[in-house]
Design a binder for this molecule. Structure first.
Ligand SMILES: [Zn+2]
Length: 149
């Protein structure tokens, strides 16, 4: 819930900034009241269109940056995921699996696995939460080995 609230807050801030930029453009290039004036204001229309195009590009760039930033955040603590590790190999597919990149939260909340090959469009990511007790996960393989004679 906190993850999506943060995402929504970033979108709202970006929307407010773009809205402010649009208001500035409208204030800079007011609509003309004379119906015959547009024929003589070609440069003004050209500059207005250029400003609107730059505003559109900024809005799309901000949306892309927000989505990309949100993808690589921890789902629990919202910190950036760190320590990317490349796993798997195409040449040793049966031994190591498909190539993918794993990111972890430095506070142990979870792991994000992202496939290296993206045939169906966007990246396929898989978030795996870790349990709160990190020692239980670290000692689990030892317990299995200790039970065996
Ligand atoms: Zn975390």
């Amino acid at each position: 819930m906190r993850y999506w609230a943060y995402f929504t807050a970033k979108l709202l801030v970006a929307a407010a900034a773009v809205r402010g930029l649009l208001a500035l453009i409208l204030k800079t290039f007011p609509a003309s009241k004379d119906p015959y004036a547009p024929l003589g204001q070609g440069l003004n229309y050209l500059l207005c269109d250029l400003a609107l195009m730059v505003c559109f590009l900024l809005a799309v760039g901000a949306l892309y940056a927000i989505v990309r930033d949100q993808r690589y955040r921890c789902r629990v603590c919202l910190r950036r995921l760190r320590m990317p590790i490349a796993t798997g190999s195409w040449s040793r597919l049966l031994q190591g699996g498909r190539p993918r990149i794993e990111y972890i939260c430095t506070y142990g909340h979870g792991t994000l696995r992202e496939d290296d090959l993206q045939l169906t469009g966007g990246p396929h990511t898989e978030w795996t939460p870790h349990s709160d007790d990190i020692w239980a996960e670290l000692c689990a393989p030892g317990k299995d080995a200790g039970d065996r004679p």
